[in-house]
Design a protein around this ligand. Structure first.
Ligand code: AOF
Ligand code: ZN
Length: 353
């Protein structure tokens, strides 16, 4: 295919950015393409958290850095202006003689937020901002716009709305296709939250096992009396990835290095404030029904993912959203954005309108 338009080059930058998926942790996915006389000279992307930014990766793919002189760079995100884990990209672009920069979207990170564009402008580089995200970095953008993590409430239920065959018994509701999908979903979040009952009944590990992620999501449990927990009974505590126990009690125990215990009177809002302070941009709330009800009632849910299985559990089953009387009427609050068939099951993805 011959690439000719600005949009084609930007789409190529978006495509490059995607290659970093699951690897950039809290950094955005970014892609960059260097073009001169309608020829793509080099492509690059942000490979991994802490690694070179996309612009630098693209420059490194030129046969000779001198080729950058007079070239145009198409980059999906505003070049950075700060010294972070790497030096500022905007300065580097000026230094190597890039003539024009076409940017997908401005960087909402307050460390950059227009300063990168200013550096380019001051260096006499032509700039154009397309105001396109390419569908990338939804949670990154949300986090900086709202100063809190993006919240997804996820659960699997039967046709009669049950998440469990019997209270206090683990039930496998959905099939392997849905399992795989939910693994991918976990890989897209930086934190996973469950309640005490879910931990005790389901014994989940809350890790991503099917996809190689740069870092496992933080595993969080809301738990009343944290010192009563028999840690040795849970596979959950056997891996060294970060665990955050949010409790209303006070702990007198010595915990392993990867486990942090924080005491407070936790509400959804307080949990999100804590995560925001730690720079966590997204959280997947995996249940159970009590936590789901509390989050939905708090109005802090941005997305709902439901897996629907063709089974009926009947009267002994636990209803998906416990205590629905607390819930305000939400019929128009969420809109279907995706519907998928997963083997015998269905998945519905709804976003806040
Ligand atoms: C870019 N290109 O490819 C990325 C950018 O800690 P650092 O140095 O890696 O900086 C991370 C911040 O830099 C990130 O939050 C965002 O503002 C910007 N990321 N910028 O120009 C890239 N990954
Ligand atoms: Zn940069």
């Amino acid at each position: 295919m011959i690439l000719i338009s600005e949009q084609d080059y930007m789409n190529l930058a978006f495509e490059m950015a995607e290659k970093g998926k699951y690897q950039t942790w809290t950094n955005p996915l970014v892609g960059a393409v260097i073009v001169k006389n309608n020829v793509v000279l080099a492509k690059g992307y942000h490979h991994q958290f802490g690694a070179a930014h996309a612009e630098i990766d693209a420059l490194q793919h030129l046969d000779d850095l001198k080729q950058a002189r007079g070239a145009t760079m198409y980059v999906s995100l505003e070049p950075c202006s700060h010294f972070g884990k790497t030096p500022p990209c905007a300065k580097k672009l000026a230094e190597v003689g890039i003539k024009a920069v076409v940017v997908g979207q401005k960087d909402p990170n307050p460390l950059v937020a227009g300063r990168g564009l200013q550096i380019l402008r001051d260096a006499g580089i032509e700039i154009k901002v397309l105001n396109q995200t390419g569908g990338l970095n939804v949670k990154y953008n949300f986090f900086y716009q709202h100063q809190r993590p993006y919240v997804n409430v996820k659960y699997a239920m039967t046709l009669d709305g049950k998440i469990n065959q019997q209270a206090n018994q683990r039930s496998i509701i959905t099939g392997k296709e849905a399992y795989q999908d939910s693994q991918q979903l976990r890989a897209e979040y930086q934190a996973i939250l469950v309640g005490e009952n879910t931990l005790k009944v389901d014994h989940p590990q809350l890790t991503v096992r099917q996809i190689a992620v740069y870092q496992q999501p933080w595993r969080m449990v809301l738990i009343r009396d944290v010192d009563q927990l028999k840690v040795e009974d849970y596979a959950f505590f056997k891996t060294a990835d970060p665990i955050l126990l949010l409790t209303s009690s006070v702990t007198r125990r010595q915990w392993p290095n990867n486990v942090e215990v924080i005491s407070d009177r936790w509400t959804p809002n307080k949990i999100l404030t804590l995560l925001a302070k730690r720079g966590i941009q997204s959280v997947l709330v995996e249940g159970g029904s009590q936590i789901h009800a509390e989050f939905l009632a708090s109005g802090l849910v941005d997305e709902i993912n439901v897996y629907l299985a063709p089974r009926i559990y009947g009267a002994t089953g636990l209803p998906a959203i416990f205590n629905p009387t607390q819930l305000p009427y939400q019929s128009n609050a969420y809109q279907l954005v995706e519907k998928m068939e997963l083997g015998p099951d269905m998945k519905f993805r709804l976003r806040r309108v």
